[in-house]
Each structure stands twice: as structure tokens, then as C-alpha cells.
Design a protein around this ligand. Structure first.
Ligand code: N01
Length: 540
């Protein structure tokens, strides 16, 4: 492992990688293989990014592990065995640690090191990075593998400092875990994190109050131990499964791009399909079942109505069922959650649902949470209130481009990128799965590999051609931003108050950030850009 070097000697690198999650680790592997002197700087005390920090009860991936894993090494994917269909956080972290060891990545990872500043020197065409430990790094290229959901957000509730119990956030969960046995617990937030932790906390707590602002659609994961026959069949065709995934909408095999409208088929046929998908488990099946699922309100409503009916069939108290039933956004326009026993949890006598839409949280008091209606006495609060998504981690670093412009200032009206990878005015800096790319709307590891491969090829070309400066063209960037918006506007996505539009962060500009034309379309575009001499980039 690389050691911190507070001796004030400037660390000289070809490539500085910020973050040692799944993206940063793969970047080290690829770039080192091309002969670049590379080092990743990681704020955490271990590698893994999201899977290092999100240690809350029930944390688990919502994409099947046979898909949600690296594809770059066939021996790795053949030899690794996932114990369950959807892996838990500890299982995924163990896998990431294994990869780091197996490919000897740790010698180029510096842990416990947060990058505070990054400044481009236009004369030298190099980045100077400063760490919170007082070190200086000079690098030709800088890769931001900072993650999309890595800046946890606790709402600015009045009185939070007065709370006499303990509070936690899903994205900063104590490594040693939390024992809620016998405690009165409040969970605030019902996104993916809340929906995963609620059933488990309910099993421990004396009483659990769930504070819900927006009812969310959740589908059953239908998780279970790995089906060994399925695993074998998958591994026998791993390469073709990966190739297939690369052409789909979401980067997951087994779910081809749909060709039929939901409105073209009979009610019975559609219902049968939804039942099959419900029993099969997972969200990708629903998201890619019909061409117009995420485009036509009428088509979308057929699935929304189906899921609402399921919720009502599980939750015994009709008032609670009504509150849990989403009515204010089309299904799939907020991240479609996956759960194990979420709705059933509300049938437990020790669980209450508190509607903080009609009676908002006013403050945290020494004793608990006060809403507009009443005070709830609590021993512990778990915030599952999300992240400053997609732009938060980059805005936290003081990044200054070629003319001294701060990235945060450039992005004040929303993120601007070319392909979600580069930012005009910020030469030699690359973002892994940045805003304007399909990253968060895809199987993330697929998109991480695609971006790192694309950038690695570009840096190889640059080295061969003695190019010192790579920069996105301003027009190419603004055309890309318009295209990303145009594609999003042709869908139902912008209708929801989701983190995709920054709605969970008060004051954040409302811009739909991911590129949602689909993974296959985007890959083809990136390949064409490269084949066309990196159209849209200025290489000098
Ligand atoms: O965060 P979220 P998350 N008062 O932003 C509520 C990935 N992930 O951590 O909807 C009251 O989705 C907020 O309410 P509202 C995945 O991509 C993946 O759950 O804004 N409530 C919402 O209910 C996911 O989408 C996995 O009205 C407040 C919740 O907090 C992303 O991470 C697991 C509030 C935040 O939901 C983020 O998920 C976990 C307030 N002031 C996460 N402020 C898997 O792979 C916010 N809320 C399975």
C-alpha cells in the first residue's frame, strides 16, 4: 500500500486517480498495464467506495451479482462464487478486496487521504492536487473516480445537535454495526437504503417509526441462495452474456431492448407478463418490458396500477396501505427499489408509518423527532435521506480549470460535460460515470469498465502521439448537454422529484443528470467518437 508522504516532496505521477472504489481500482489496473505511473487516493481507510461506507443493515446490491461484477478478467469471473443471487454489502466488499489483492492493486492505493484541491497548470499541462494531509501531487492526468452516491446528506433539521440518542446515516454507517435491540428507532427516508434497512431494524427494535415523505415503488428481489445450475450455465457463456449486456438499455443481460408497446397487447397478456416479472424478481425486467414503459404515461400506469394492487394485497391495514401506495410519480422514474419483506414489515405490531408529507418534520428534539402533529420519542435515528448525488463529490473538491474557473461555479446551473467524461476548460481530467453518462441508470460496473477502457485507450493514443493536452470542445459539450436533456425530456423521468434531478437537495438546480438513451446506444456513440479521431476533443 502506498504510504502518505507528509515530507512535502511532490509526488510525481502520470495519472492521479481520486477514489479507490470499483472505478478507481479498475483505473489503476488498466493504466498501470499501459505503463502509466498511477496512484489512487482514497479518503476511506479501505477500498470499496460505496461498498466500504454503506454498512447499514440490509445493504445489498439490487442487480444480480453474476452481472454486478467485473468482466475484465475471465479467470476472475469464472473462479469467483457468489453465495446469493443479490449479494450483501460484506460479500461485495470481500470481492472488491479480493480483486485488489489478486491484481496487486494496493501498492498503488493511498488510503486515509482525501483530495481537497485540484488545479490545472495551463503552462505545464499538469494537475496539481493537494491532500488533506498536506501532500502535493503533480500528475499529467487526473481521473475522478469519486462515485455518484458518495456524499451523504443529512437534512438540515433544526435541533439535530440536541438529540440525546444516537443518530446514523446509511452512507456513514459504523463499521462495527449498530444493535437496535430494545430501542425506539426512527428511520427517516424510504428510498433504496431505507427500504432495505427497515425490515431488519424492525426485527430488532422495540418500536420502529418510519418517517415517509414520498411513497416509493418497490419490487420483490426474490433473493435466495445462488442457483448452482444457473451459475454454471451463466459461467459457461460468460463472454456472450457480457457482450449481450453491452447492447441493452441497462447493461444487464437477459433483458433485451424491448420491441413492443404495453398498449399493443391485451390486458390479460400484460398482466401475465407483470406477474411473471414479479415472480422472477428484480427491477430491470419491469424497466425493460415494453418500449413505452418510461415514455408513455398510459403505458406506465398499467405497471404502476399492478404494483399498487400488490402493495394493497400485502399490507393489512388499509390506511397504511394507502399511505405506502405511490401516486405522485410514474413507476421507475425514481430509482425502482428492490426489497425483501418491505411491505410485510408494516404488518408488524412494532412498526408505525408516519406521514411526513402531510405533517413535515419540524425539528429534532433532545427526545426524538417533532413533526407538525406530534413528538415521537426515540433512542436512535437512522437517516436514509440519500446523497448529494452525481455532482456532490466533485463539487466538494476545489477543482480549478485552465483559466482558474472553479468547477462548482461552472456547474452552478447544473453539470456540463462532454459524454459525461470530460468538462470543457478542465483539460486532462476525466470523470468515471459522470453526469451526462448512463452510469447511474445502468449496471454500474459495466459503465465503470466502459469509461475506464475508453479513457485508457485515449491516454494510450495521446502518449503515442505525444499529445500533452486533451480538452473537451465547448461546442461539443453544449451540444452534448442539449442532447442529454432532449433525450430525458422525451421520457417520463423528469416528472419525479428524484435525486436524478437533484430534488432531494434544497437549492440544487433541477437538471436531469443521467443520459438515458441506453447503454448500447451510448457505447456505440463513444466508439464512434474515438474512431473519428476523438471528435469533440481538442488534442494538442
Ligand atoms: O436515497 P434516496 P437512498 N424529510 O435519495 C427522504 C443507490 N442505492 O440512500 O422522496 C423527510 O433515494 C426522501 O424523500 P423524498 C440507489 O441508486 C442502491 O435511499 O425526497 N424525508 C427519500 O425517501 C438509490 O437510488 C442500493 O420525498 C426526507 C429518502 O429520504 C440511491 O443509492 C441501496 C428528507 C432518500 O432516498 C440513493 O438511495 C441503497 C426530509 N427532509 C442505495 N430528505 C442498492 O443497490 C430526504 N428524505 C439496492
Amino acid at each position: 500500500m502506498s504510504q502518505a508522504n507528509p515530507a512535502k516532496e511532490v509526488i510525481q505521477l502520470d495519472v492521479a486517480v481520486v477514489g479507490a472504489g470499483l472505478g478507481g481500482l479498475y483505473a489503476i489496473h488498466r493504466l498501470r498495464g499501459l505503463g502509466f505511473k498511477t496512484r489512487a487516493f482514497e479518503a476511506g481507510s479501505g477500498v470499496g467506495g460505496t461498498w466500504f461506507w454503506n454498512k447499514y443493515p440490509g445493504a445489498r446490491c439490487d442487480i444480480e451479482s453474476l452481472e454486478y461484477s467485473y468482466s475484465f478478467d475471465d479467470d476472475l469471473q469464472q473462479e469467483w462464487s457468489w453465495p446469493e443471487r443479490y449479494s450483501t454489502q460484506p460479500q461485495i466488499l470481500a470481492y472488491i478486496q479480493h480483486v485488489a489483492q489478486r491484481f496487486d492493486l494496493m501498492r498503488d492505493v493511498q488510503l486515509n487521504t482525501r483530495i481537497a484541491e485540484a488545479t490545472f497548470d495551463a503552462d505545464l499541462n499538469r494537475w496539481t492536487l493537494k491532500t488533506s494531509n498536506g501532500e502535493t501531487i503533480s500528475a499529467r492526468f487526473c481521473i475522478m473516480a469519486t462515485g455518484n452516491l458518495s456524499t451523504p446528506r443529512v437534512p438540515d433539521f433544526k435541533g439535530i445537535g440536541t438529540f440525546e440518542g444516537r443518530w446514523y446515516h446509511s452512507g456513514m454507517w459504523p463499521a462495527e454495526g449498530v444493535d437496535f435491540t430494545g430501542k425506539r428507532v426512527g428511520v427517516i427516508g424510504t428510498g433504496s437504503s431505507g427500504i432495505q434497512m427497515i425490515p431488519l431494524i424492525a426485527q430488532q427494535a422495540k418500536h420502529l417509526h418510519v418517517f415517509q415523505r414520498t411513497a416509493n415503488f418497490s419490487l420483490p428481489a426474490q433473493n435466495g441462495p445462488m442457483d448452482l445450475e444457473r451459475e454454471q450455465a451463466f459461467k459457461a457463456n460468460y463472454r456472450s452474456r457480457r457482450d449481450e449486456a453491452r447492447q441493452t438499455g441497462f447493461g444487464v443481460s437477459g433483458y433485451p431492448v424491448p420491441i413492443q408497446s404495453a398498449l399493443e397487447v391485451s390486458d390479460d397478456e400484460r398482466r401475465e407478463k407483470y406477474e411473471t416479472l414479479w415472480d422472477r424478481g428484480g427491477s430491470i425486467g419491469f424497466l425493460s418490458c415494453y418500449t413505452d414503459f418510461l415514455v408513455s404515461e398510459e403505458a406506465n400506469e398499467t405497471a404502476a396500477a399492478f404494483v399498487r394492487e400488490k402493495i394493497r394485497s400485502v399490507v393489512k391495514n388499509p390506511k397504511v396501505a394507502a399511505l405506502l401506495t405511490p401516486t405522485d410519480h410514474p413507476i421507475g422514474t425514481k430509482r425502482l427499489c428492490l426489497d425483501t419483506g418491505y411491505y410485510e414489515t408494516y404488518n408488524r405490531p412494532n412498526v408505525s408509518l408516519v406521514d411526513v408529507r402531510s405533517a413535515p418534520i419540524q425539528e429534532i428534539t433532545p427526545k426524538g423527532v417533532r413533526t407538525a402533529d406530534q413528538e415521537y420519542e426515540l433512542d436512535a435515528i437512522a437517516f436514509a435521506t440519500g446523497f448529494d448525488a452525481m455532482t456532490g463529490a466533485l463539487r466538494e473538491i476545489d477543482i480549478r480549470g485552465a483559466d482558474g474557473t472553479h468547477l462548482a461555479d461552472k456547474w452552478v446551473g447544473g453539470p456540463m460535460t462532454y459524454l459525461g467524461i470530460m468538462v470543457a476548460g478542465f483539460p486532462n481530467m476525466f470523470i468515471v460515470t459522470g453526469p451526462g453518462s448512463p452510469g447511474v441508470k445502468s449496471q454500474m460496473i459495466h459503465s465503470i469498465e466502459q469509461h475506464v477502457d475508453w479513457v485508457s485507450d485515449l491516454l494510450k493514443t495521446a502518449s503515442e502521439r505525444q499529445i500533452r493536452r486533451i480538452e473537451a470542445d465547448t461546442d461539443a459539450e453544449s451540444n452534448w448537454v442539449s442532447h442529454v436533456n432532449e433525450v430525458a425530456d422525451g421520457t417520463l423521468y423528469p416528472r419525479a422529484n428524484s435525486w436524478y434531478v437533484g430534488a432531494n437537495i434544497p437549492g440544487k438546480p433541477r437538471v436531469f443528470m443521467p443520459y438515458v438513451a441506453g447503454v448500447g446506444v451510448y457505447r456505440k456513440l463513444c466508439d464512434e467518437v474515438a474512431a473519428d479521431g476523438y471528435r469533440g476533443l481538442k488534442l494538442s
